[in-house]
Design a protein around this ligand. Structure first.
Ligand code: G3H
Length: 538
């Protein structure tokens, strides 16, 4: 491991292509009701996890964004409500083909902003260059796949159904006003995996970027403004209590799409005066276990667990956050993990071959040190020589062996580079852990015996929502369903599921007699309705 103190350098030592331009990046506009309004109030300073040396000191300020208040938040809400106009606004009334046209236009403009957005991802959340590029490209693919999935859905809905002498056409209609809030670890991708399906289905949106990862949305404001009718996309920035609470308390939000903690989701959901009117689409906490069986291919298990626990420094909801290893192989496994982790490269996001990067959350190192100290004081062993070494926002991953119930690391989501390993003698021990856990997102199991794996699969599928065999936990590919049980999620997201989540089935039906048939025929022939229509999108 390089000396952590030498990783942060002077500005002149940072390659010019990664300098922020403009610098500092002051976002002075916000989008409400189709207008890019200039913010005249207070600003929030944006601090980067990347410290830049200036002689003996460091600077971290990279820009600022508007710190909006209740008044502007309610203006954003009013704009969305007016644009939706009880389902009669321009956007919800458009044909699917017209809405697809607007999204295509948006994605074209979005692609022109790739370089600046990738750069901002690196500076705002410390994501490596490769992962930042992946996040951008995966988001563009997601949008294009969403368009294809909607075409498919619309083709199926363009048919009529006749049952028990009733003729019907069944389609999916929008729900209304959607509040979208994404997480800091995938500020672009996970915001857009709700924002885009919500929009394309005809809903109007208020969107608040996460606390970290705000500026990277600024280059898209003009694209939002020109691609969509006024009021269809509105942006708000600031403290949740000031800008989200009044919106929720208004009772005018129909869908709450939120990726974050279950604690915050619960607070916000309860603020809605008529909770039964609020549909929630939530991606929440997780503590996905890896379970390593006695006969596992250890090298593969180690590779997958390192990837699963430490991609983006462990800051993924899908990360493997505790590993159960059969006691017969536990020491060998732990030693192999140490060897693999100690080889990882820690550095700046653009450093070639970097695996670990600065952590964006304030005081994260203190939080992780506390988890490690707690485990060590209760009998766990810190295994790797560099484990837990830290400097400012840099933190080298720590492997803790013999983690047990009663330690914070047993059930607290670390969301960072700390790997707890627990040993077991009977497979019932990790299975009980999963049953007792408050979380229910995924699990990863490593082994070779089909019989044993099959039994585990059958138990685990009713506890979590994805069982990964001999592979790390992950969300993708994006056409797979992504969800969780208990405190881990509400509703299911995937390219096609998201279209369903942000819409409701509505049908038009009539008794099969000559008069009614003739009316339907005329409506179709003269193309009188957007809904009752057999047009087929090619
Ligand atoms: O933070 C949670 C993300 O949805 C994880 O996605 O498994 O593709 O990294 P990923």
């Amino acid at each position: 491991m390089d000396n952590l103190k030498e990783i942060f350098v002077e500005k002149c030592q940072i390659p010019a292509e990664y300098h922020l331009n403009p610098f500092p990046f002051h976002q002075t506009n916000y989008l409400i009701n189709g207008e890019l309004r200039k913010w005249e109030g207070e600003y929030n300073e944006v601090l980067s996890p990347i410290y830049v040396k200036e002689g003996e000191n460091y600077t971290r300020t990279i820009g600022s964004y508007p710190l909006m208040g209740e008044k502007e938040a309610l203006e954003a809400l009013d704009a969305a409500v007016a644009a939706y106009n009880h389902g009669n606004g321009e956007w919800p009334s458009m044909t699917v083909e017209q809405r697809i046209g607007c999204i295509r236009n948006f994605v074209m403009m979005m692609q022109e902003q790739r370089d600046i957005i990738v750069n901002l991802l690196m500076w705002e959340i410390g994501k490596s260059r490769a992962d930042s590029e992946k996040e951008f490209d995966r988001t563009v693919d997601y949008i294009n796949d969403t368009i294809e999935a909607l075409k498919q859905l619309d083709r199926t809905s363009s048919r009529f159904t006749i049952s028990q002498h009733i003729i019907a056409q069944i389609r999916r209609a929008p729900l209304g006003v959607v509040l979208c809030m994404g997480p800091f670890n995938y500020p672009l991708n996970e915001t857009f995996t709700t924002l885009i399906p919500a929009l394309i289905m005809g809903n109007c949106v208020i969107f608040k970027p996460p606390k970290l990862g705000v500026l990277l949305h600024a280059p898209l404001l003009k694209a939002f403004q020109s691609a969509f009718p006024k009021g269809v996309v509105n942006t708000i920035y600031g403290e949740g209590e000031k800008v989200i609470t009044p919106i929720m308390q208004s009772g005018k939000v129909d869908v709450f799409a939120f990726i974050g903690t279950s604690r915050v989701a619960d607070i916000l959901k309860k603020q809605h005066p008529q909770p039964h009117r609020l549909k929630s689409v939530l991606g929440l906490d997780a503590k996905n276990p890896g379970i390593v069986l006695k006969d596992a291919d250890l090298q593969n298990a180690v590779n997958e667990c390192v990837l699963g626990a430490l991609s983006f420094n462990g800051q993924r909801c899908t990360a493997i956050k505790i590993i159960f290893v059969h006691e017969d192989i536990a020491e060998t496994f732990a030693a192999m993990m140490v060897e693999a982790v100690e080889k990882l490269k820690i550095g700046l996001p653009w450093t070639k071959g970097v695996n670990l990067t600065p952590l964006p959350e304030e005081n994260k190192a203190e939080f992780l040190h506390d988890l490690i100290d707690d485990a060590v004081s209760k009998g766990a062993k810190l295994m790797n020589p560099n484990g837990g070494q830290s400097h400012l926002s840099l933190f080298f991953p720590a492997i803790l062996f013999n983690v047990k119930k009663g330690m914070k690391l047993w059930d607290k989501e670390q969301f960072g580079p700390v790997i707890p390993i627990a040993t077991y003698t009977s497979i019932e021990e990790p299975l009980n852990y999963v049953v007792e856990s408050n979380y229910g997102q995924q699990a990863a199991i490593f082994g070779k015996d089909p019989k044993e794996l099959a039994r585990l699969i059958d138990v685990l599928v009713n506890q979590v929502c994805r069982v990964n065999v001999n592979s790390q936990c992950q969300r993708g590919p994006d056409d797979f369903p992504f969800t969780g049980r208990k405190d881990s999620a509400e509703a299911t997201l995937s390219v096609s599921d998201a279209l369903r989540v942000f819409s409701i089935r509505t049908l038009v039906s009539t008794k099969e007699n000559d008069t009614n048939k003739e009316i339907v025929r005329q409506i179709l022939k003269e193309d009188l309705s957007n809904f009752l229509n057999t047009d087929f999108i090619l």
